[in-house]
Design a protein around this ligand. Sequence first.
Ligand SMILES: Nc1ncnc2c1ncn2[C@@H]1O[C@H](COP(=O)(O)OP(=O)(O)O)[C@@H](O)[C@H]1O
Ligand SMILES: [Mg+2]
Length: 184
Amino acid sequence: MKELSLNILDIAQNSIRARATNVDIILKEDAETLTITVSDNGCGMKADFLKRVTDPFSTTRTTRKVGLGLPFFKMEAEMTGGSLDITSKSEEEHEDHGTVVTARFFKNHIDYIPLGNIIDTVCTLIHGAEEVDFLFLHEYGERSVMLSTREMREMLGDEVPLSSPEVLAWAREYLTEGYAELYR
Ligand SMILES: Nc1ncnc2c1ncn2[C@@H]1O[C@H](COP(=O)(O)OP(=O)(O)O)[C@@H](O)[C@H]1O
Ligand SMILES: [Mg+2]
């Protein structure tokens, strides 16, 4: 993919498809590395499936026969000298089920793909999954940008849906200002 933000969208959509009600997207960045963690409380994966999930033919989708999100994300991390790890607990076997995907990139490697439009990714997720709570946090050195839909809901009350155009415009503006500060 041309932008890591599109990989993040894909990985978070896996969480939504896994019926997660909480999805945390955490980016930790410094001058050399970017570590992306997407964690959820969805249905999880059983151990034998988990072992195969980063090869391109593992999917529980019925719309096409190959899953590509995780294998691509892994390849893109490894191309920079980084890595991808997944831990998961399936709902059949664990009360505290869910999945954690962690990818580490070396930003100064020639094959590093830029993060791209992460604000679009966050807004698309909020817009598309009204019932899901997202926590987005991007730390860059000492600074950070954070958006929590739970906090937004508390502020807005029950009347205003998160996917309303005004709320999304506000979120976009808030993140844009946050990023201007982050990379200052
Ligand atoms: N967060 C998750 N929770 C539960 N299952 C997941 C999660 N992420 C991926 N999976 C499983 O791994 C499969 C492969 O994912 P992926 O590589 O993104 O391909 P695709 O989404 O196209 O199937 C999914 O079909 C799903 O069964
Ligand atoms: Mg996917």
